[in-house]
Design a protein around this ligand. Structure first.
Ligand SMILES: NC(=O)c1ccc[n+]([C@@H]2O[C@H](COP(=O)([O-])OP(=O)(O)OC[C@H]3O[C@@H](n4cnc5c(N)ncnc54)[C@H](O)[C@@H]3O)[C@@H](O)[C@H]2O)c1
Length: 268
């Protein structure tokens, strides 16, 4: 039989009152939204950032979360283009002004384009890099200013299987390169900021059921699924679960790690 203290030890929500900034939850089908919902269910206060965030999307996300967790979470939604440093600075400042601080950043914003190396224009290359790599750098830098000051904080970035296996099932070489950069960036943040009690980890998903898979034909999807050891595509909540682990104290001794959420498609 457990004593009272031991019982208390497990009697809490994983992110109780933690202020979590989640980027890229602009659509209810996205990994960012699923992460926001799961974090709210674990007691987090939410700051949702997205390029497409507006009043209607904010209401939609808030209502959807409330209907899933049974009450309206503490939440603010801010339009933010992570390509733009001042947008990132303003969004983090607004979050701090509203909640007093931020504790966690999960960056799920990203864009993908499938095209052959020889067809990629300079403009297309710059766009992918600007959103996926520079954008991740920008929002991490803005959050890290707060984390460094308080000597605490957690970052979770989203990379991709394509960064690990030389291109993806979806996405061209520019996408793979941008996501490789996200892994390196996250590892370098982890090393530089570990002495300040800040952790940073990266998730490499593959074949998760979001709008990113909309470009695949039914046959293409079937072919891909047949190559996935778990024989199905992934659910957004299954990536959100990895985010929850990495954002919470459960992963307190984990930093600089790359976590695969890919149904076993890349076992290495
Ligand atoms: N779905 C998959 O199978 C899969 C596989 C590997 C990696 N990923 C990665 O996971 C992350 C989430 O993907 P998803 O499938 O939920 O995609 P999604 O398209 O559903 O969501 C991405 C969100 O990012 C937002 N965004 C785009 N540009 C932005 C910008 N400049 N500033 C702020 N927000 C911006 C979009 O508006 C969108 O809401 C992405 O980084 C993606 O590359 C997804």
């Amino acid at each position: 039989m457990k004593n009272v203290n031991e019982q208390k030890k497990y009697n809490h929500l994983l992110l109780d009152n933690k202020v979590c900034v989640i980027v890229g939850g602009g659509s209810l089908r996205s990994i960012g939204y699923a992460t926001a919902e799961l974090f709210a269910a674990h007691g987090a206060k939410l700051v949702l950032l997205d390029l497409v965030m507006n009043e209607e999307k904010a209401k939609e996300a808030t209502n959807a979360i409330a209907s899933q967790i049974g009450y309206t979470p503490e939440i603010i939604c801010i339009p933010c283009d992570i390509r733009n440093t001042s947008d990132c600075e303003k969004a983090i400042a607004e979050a701090v002004a509203h909640f007093g601080t931020i504790d966690c950043l999960v960056n799920c914003a990203g864009i993908v384009k499938s095209e052959g190396m020889l067809s990629i224009t300079e403009e297309a290359y710059d766009l992918i890099m600007d959103v996926n790599l520079k954008g991740t750098f920008n929002i991490c830098q803005s959050a890290l200013k707060i984390f460094a000051e308080k000597q605490a904080g957690v970052i979770v970035n989203l990379s991709s299987l394509s960064a690990q296996r030389g291109g993806g099932l979806v996405g061209g070489t520019h996408y793979a390169a941008s996501k490789g950069g996200v892994i390196s960036l996250t590892k370098a943040i982890a090393r530089e900021f570990a002495p300040k009690n800040i952790r940073a980890n990266v998730i490499c998903p593959a074949m998760i059921e979001t709008s990113m898979l909309d470009g695949l034909s039914e046959q293409q999807l079937k072919d891909v699924v047949s190559g996935i050891p778990l024989q199905r595509v992934g659910k957004t909540v299954e990536v959100a679960g990895a985010c929850l682990f990495l954002a919470s104290d459960l992963s307190g001794f984990t930093t600089g790690a790359t976590i695969d959420v890919n149904g076993g498609i890349h076992i290495h």
